[in-house]
Design a protein. Structure first.
Length: 118
């Protein structure tokens, strides 16, 4: 393995995303190469510091996701309208606790008539 190839693989190794075979090949190279050893040690140290820093970031307050869901339930996710002032068709896709209901309505002279509810 060349040093250039090793330098490309070191961040993957530090992140734990290198295959076992590639990892073994990298370690075999690093054992005999002081420059790549230094790169590996520095990258592993940096990866550890980044993981530690991310672990200290507080998550959202308790109940945040429930609050967001409660505010968005029933809110149309998608609305498609076709037609004019005289006649038209609209389809709505919303968000509820049980799924994504689809509603359709036909409008004639400004008056909406529900025609679809799935």
């Amino acid at each position: 393995m060349t040093c250039d190839t090793a330098r490309e693989m070191i961040p993957l190794y530090a992140a734990g995303s290198l295959s076992e075979d590639d990892g073994a090949e990298l370690i075999a190279h690093v054992v005999g190469c002081e420059v790549c050893q230094g790169d590996l040690v520095e990258t592993m140290r940096l990866a550890r510091e980044v993981r530690r820093a991310f672990a200290q970031i507080p998550g959202p307050a308790r109940g945040t996701w429930i609050s967001v869901a409660a505010r968005t339930l029933g809110t149309p996710v998608l609305r498609v309208e076709l037609g004019s002032e005289l006649a038209g068709l609209s389809l709505d896709v919303g968000a509820t606790k049980t799924g994504l209901p689809i509603r359709g309505s036909l409008s004639i002279l400004g008056r909406e008539v529900p025609v679809l509810r799935i």
